[in-house]
Ligand binder design. Structure first.
Ligand code: HBI
Ligand code: FE
Length: 291
């Protein structure tokens, strides 16, 4: 199936992956038997490295769900994850060849179907990869789908995406996705923790997001997020911090249409400065955020 370039983040690029077998909804078969021993080993090394740094950095809700991904010594079968995920929150993991067009992506989310890329990054991309591969999607995104509130947020996001397309407001909604689902932080009694998949699945950014003095960490404010562009090929200059997933869900539950109208007339806001009156959070103390 010919696939139009997909805007992912701020740029479009021809999609990577084999779309020839993709169905109309862009899902495909995982073909678990096609993975090589080297691919299982690479996934396993990525998993072992990230899970080692997760305690004290990833949020509790993520840590609680990690074991649901099954054994870490091979790439899991998506249908086995879907069995436990269905029981937990009614979501399922579906295989896709790679990045898929926005409409297909949002439609899957709106039906509690999370698209997971089937291919594995190359060894050369061990530390950094531009597009989501099976590790980023499974390790970064799937555990939080076991959390009922976050699972509801993701479905609402899918529905909101379909609506935003109709309102030509996708670029705003992509910012919300970026600053929450991909790069979101959450404040806890023991300091800041990560919930964003792009940070959780990155070797260096978790530490940077929590302890570096460079980026700013702003209290989540929906309008600020919708007006703040992001960078896709470097660590973030700004992270947004929620107090809870309940707050994230509540703050983004209302209809966005009037907001889109309002922000479309306003200039983008700077990513690397804290504006007058904005609440920001200090970095976690100490190099290794205590567990
Ligand atoms: N496709 N497979 C896949 N995964 C994504 O995260 C994804 C996508 N297509 C579009 C898209 N994300 C963006 O539009 C969202 O990040 C907003
Ligand atoms: Fe992602």
């Amino acid at each position: 199936m010919a696939v139009a370039p997909v805007t992912y983040g701020a740029s479009t690029r021809p999609p990577r992956g084999d779309y020839s077998e993709a169905r109309d909804d862009y899902t495909c078969d995982q073909h678990w038997e096609h993975y090589t021993a080297d691919e299982h080993a690479l996934y396993s090394r990525l998993f072992a490295r990230q899970v080692k740094q997760a305690p004290g950095q990833a949020c509790e809700e993520f840590l609680d769900a990690l074991q649901e991904l099954g054994a870490a010594d091979h790439i899991p079968r998506f249908e086995s994850i879907s069995e436990s995920l269905q029981r937990a929150t009614g979501w399922e993991v579906v295989a896709v060849p790679g990045l898929i067009p926005e409409h297909a992506f949002f439609s899957l989310l709106a039906h509690r179907r999370f698209p997971v890329t089937v291919w594995v990054r190359s060894p050369a991309e061990f530390d950094y990869i531009v597009e989501p591969d099976v590790f980023h999607d499974l390790y970064g995104h799937v555990p939080l789908l076991f959390n009922p509130v976050f699972a509801d947020y993701m479905q609402a996001f899918g529905r909101g995406g379909l609506k935003a397309q109709g309102l030509k407001a996708l670029e705003y909604l992509a910012r919300l996705y970026w600053y929450t689902v991909e790069f979101g932080l959450i404040t806890t009694a023991r300091g800041l923790r990560v919930y964003g998949a792009g940070v959780l699945s990155s070797v260096g950014e978790t530490q940077y997001a929590l302890t570096s003095t460079k980026p700013q960490r702003l209290a989540f404010d929906l309008k600020r997020v919708l007006r703040t562009p992001y960078k896709i090929d470097d660590y973030q200059s700004a992270y947004f911090v929620v107090e809870s997933f309940d707050q994230l869900f509540a703050d983004t539950a209302p209809d966005f249409s009037p907001l889109y109208t309002e922000v479309s007339d306003q200039p983008a806001l700077p990513i690397d400065t804290t504006l007058q009156g904005e609440k920001s959070y200090p970095p976690n103390a100490g190099a290794a955020a205590s567990a």
